[in-house]
Design a protein around this ligand. Structure first.
Ligand code: PLP
Length: 364
């Protein structure tokens, strides 16, 4: 079986370095808020072309902490794409704000800038573009709307480590951004981790406080914070893996380019290729009108696929208040998307198998 993702294979080349880094932390006897985190925060902010990075316990907390630090009035609205992983919406809600769901552009699957203006009300304070599947949103258009209405732009860059928009890295394209280092992301820890990235010094300080009980000096609480820190072991793991991120993303782009060039099937719609060399190709997502049939065909050919994501947020059981919404583009995408195997270390033969299977597939 060709796996959709194989973290064992992806981690294997760095096993020795990871073990050494972990041993270094164990020997140091210092496990929370220490030198490893400081070093990773510095390296990660530099990688993203921003002044500051603040490590957090995970990506969801990074989003929630950003909105808590922005301190908009309770009930303020944030425009969020309806086509995203649930964390984008939960982060907004955890800060007492209201996500307003926007349709994606059917060509790129990302937030459609043309639909934003109609959703803006007197309560709107921010836009949360999500660089879905590793492709940056149209940030020129989104920033233009944000400027016109004085809105803050918060990037959800959890799937876009190393992606660029017109040469600028994801994480430096808005006012402040959130990353996840969940193991399956392009830059993954060996557990949960996340980060906030920004040029804004005042916001950085608030987030540093908020992630650590609202406290800078131990037992003195300036703000009602939470506990969401990126621990020393994970920071050390990330510092090792960061050294290989560009090389891994290059491999992802080569595989994506090959898929785009060699896959030809009128029944399978390929992802947008217009920014192929800038995208981080976290996932390679095609569309099939009969998804169940297509996935069964792949499986029979020994190819594992996945679906990101099967149920739209506004159709989830957790959010009955959104069940009345009609978002036809989002709903269609959720019915049709299929993620094919794409990860660093996927062999040439495996890539060929995936290409052949896609090209041989026929609708029933
Ligand atoms: C993974 C992800 C998150 C959340 O990250 P966690 O570290 O799992 O909390 C947020 N947004 C998007 C788009 C993601 O893919």
């Amino acid at each position: 079986m060709i796996p959709h993702l194989n973290l064992q294979r992806q981690t294997e080349p760095y096993q020795q370095e990871l073990a050494e880094a972990a041993a270094r932390v164990v020997a140091s006897g210092w496990f929370i808020l220490g030198k490893e985190l400081e070093r990773f925060e510095e390296d990660w902010s530099r990688y993203c072309g921003a002044r500051f990075a603040v490590g957090t316990g995970n990506g969801l907390d990074a989003i929630a902490l950003i909105f808590k630090a922005l301190a908009f009035p309770e009930g303020s609205e944030v425009i969020v794409p309806a086509q995203t992983f649930i964390a984008s919406l939960l982060g907004v809600r955890q800060a007492g704000l209201v996500p307003v769901l926007a349709e994606p552009d059917p060509a790129t699957y990302n937030l459609d800038p043309a639909g934003i203006e109609a959703l803006i009300t007197s309560r709107t304070r921010a836009i949360l573009p999500v660089h879905l599947y590793g492709k940056c949103c149209d940030m020129d258009a989104i920033r233009a709307v944000a400027e016109k209405y004085q809105l803050v732009v918060v990037e959800d860059a959890a799937q876009a480590h190393g992606a660029t928009w017109k040469g600028r890295p994801a994480g430096s394209l808005g006012d402040i951004s959130a990353f996840s280092f969940y193991p399956a992301k392009n830059l993954g820890a060996l557990g949960d981790a996340g980060a906030v990235v920004t040029d804004d010094e005042a916001l950085t300080r608030r987030i540093r406080l908020l992630r650590n009980y609202g406290s800078e000096e131990k037992y003195y609480n300036e703000l009602p914070g939470i506990n969401s820190r990126l621990d020393e072991i994970q920071a050390a793991m990330l510092s090792v893996r960061l050294r290989y991120l560009d090389e891994e993303n290059k491999q992802r782009r080569l595989i994506a380019r090959r898929y785009l060039n060699e896959m030809r099937n009128p029944d399978i719609r390929l992802p947008d290729a217009s920014t192929c060399e800038e995208d981080a190709w976290h996932l390679f997502v095609v569309r099939a009108t009969d998804r169940a049939h297509f996935r069964a065909f792949l499986e029979q050919k020994g190819i594992q696929s996945a679906v990101h994501y099967p149920i739209a947020p506004h159709r989830q059981k957790a959010f009955p208040e959104w069940h009345g919404l009609s978002l036809p583009v989002t709903e269609q995408l959720h019915r049709e998307v299929v993620s094919l195997p794409l990860f660093p270390g996927l062999t040439d033969e495996e890539q060929q198998c995936v290409i052949d299977a896609v090209n041989q597939y026929r609708l029933p």
